[in-house]
Design a protein around this ligand. Structure first.
Ligand SMILES: [Zn+2]
Length: 425
């Protein structure tokens, strides 16, 4: 295990001129003017922001970087995306899925994204993508924590062998129980799927993360069953409702009852700003709904909310680069979270809040935590979001594993300075 002294950094909580000493892969001290034992390598922070690594609480790594295969999504809708993925599935090979996922993990590491929860489609009886993602989880382990969710994309009850395949996937080592209640044939089937899946998770001591109410239908209320089952089975802190976009369109009175119940059951919420703003509201003319769930209201109610990337260059979304600051920036805009405290909360939504959702061990910048962090070309978390700051250095277990040169531009204009500095308003 490595040692490292990081000198002169700002921290997300606002402390400036701090040093951080890491010994044997863990944080040993944080404070001003630390002295390191002889021979410990030094990373000069130059007053820039040192943050814990980015965490993505919602991703689909089995589909990533497959955009255009076997054809592009012409309508751009969620449902054509699901149909397109269905066309692609029989053509997939384990090698190609692994190769694309590893390439994405390289992108992620370079962007300081060192923990990802990925849903894995278990509906194909071959479980080829499950095998592929387990292989990827193992090979990236030294530098990236990959948590896998058994995800019945075509519906747990709607797809013939989904329940059996889901159990097989868990037996193979998939970490988390997934679901998609709004995609089942009926509201009753949706609720039944939530009950079955929560019981399965309770029996096995696993976490739950469901695609829940990814719909503009205000009557899609599976989150209510998810919360009820969490309470009934004592799954507090272990259950996540992903997307929850129907909440955008729900009746305000109903939401005022729902949010305290979510808080009581300690159910986490994940919004996926880039994909929600792209896929929701597609059946609207004008005005068009944004579709993202009620992030500021959930936070105000005491619910832990994370932001996920969801998709990068796949059947549902043609853009993305593994940049969680892009996700935070979009979430901030869509939710209109522009106060200073709210902007800082958007940074938390791609770091500490997501770490809680994944249940990551030893995450953070406190003494005793893993020496995992990212040095950003920004002075604070708000500036990091504004600039989608360059990741100057990415550190895992006290070892620098990625570097990017600082972003600089030079001007050649008569009577003007030659250097541009975006950090000085
Ligand atoms: Zn998803």
């Amino acid at each position: 295990m490595s040692d490292l002294l990081v000198r002169n950094v700002a921290l997300p909580d606002g402390r400036a001129n701090q040093d951080l000493l890491a010994l044997d892969g863990r944080i040993a001290a944080v404070g001003p003017a630390l002295v390191a034992p002889a021979g410990v390598p030094v990373l000069e922070g130059q007053g820039q922001l040192l943050a814990p690594p980015f965490v993505d609480a919602h991703f689909h790594m089995d589909a990533t970087l497959s955009a255009g295969l076997p054809r592009v999504n012409r309508s751009g809708t969620l449902l054509e995306g699901i149909a397109l993925w269905g066309e692609l599935k029989p053509l997939l090979t384990q090698e190609a899925v692994v190769e694309r996922a590893l390439r994405y993990c390289d992108w992620a590491v370079a962007k300081g994204l060192l923990a990802i929860r990925s849903h894995v489609d278990i509906c194909d009886d071959r479980l080829l993508v499950v095998e592929a993602m387990l292989q990827v989880r193992e090979s990236v382990k030294p530098w990236l924590d990959l948590q896998l969710v058994a995800f019945p994309q075509d519906g747990l009850l709607r797809s013939p062998n989904a329940l059996a395949n889901l159990k097989r996937s868990l037996a193979m080592g998939v970490d988390v129980v997934g679901g998609i209640p709004h995609f089942e044939r009926t509201m009753n089937d949706g609720a039944q799927s939530v009950r079955l899946l929560c019981e399965l998770a309770a029996e096995r001591g696993l976490r739950v993360d469901m695609h829940c109410d990814e719909s503009d239908d205000p009557l899609s209320r599976h989150v209510e069953t998810l919360v009820g089952e969490t309470q009934r089975l004592g799954l507090h802190d272990r259950v996540t409702g992903s997307h929850l976009t129907s909440m955008h369109s729900m009746d305000n009175y109903y939401v005022s009852k729902l949010l305290p119940l979510m808080r009581e059951a300690r159910v986490h919420a994940v919004a996926n700003p880039l994909v929600n703003i792209t896929l929701q509201g597609r059946h609207d003319s004008y005005p068009k709904r944004r579709g993202m769930t009620r992030v500021p209201e959930l936070l105000a109610a005491g619910v832990n909310v994370g932001f996920g990337h969801d998709c990068v260059m796949d059947p549902w979304y043609p853009l993305g680069s593994g940049d969680m600051l892009e996700v935070a920036q979009m979430g901030l805009h869509v939710a209109q979270m522009t106060s200073q405290a709210q902007m800082r909360a958007c940074f938390d939504a791609v770091t500490v809040n997501n770490a809680r959702i994944l249940g990551l061990d030893g995450y953070g910048l406190e003494v005793g935590c893993h020496a995992d962090f990212v040095l950003l070309q920004a002075r604070d978390t708000i500036e990091a979001i504004r600039l989608r700051a360059t990741r100057l250095a990415v550190v895992r277990r006290a070892r620098v594993i990625a570097r990017t040169p600082a972003a600089r531009a030079t001007l050649d204009l008569p009577g003007r300075p030659t250097a541009v500095d975006w950090t000085r308003p």
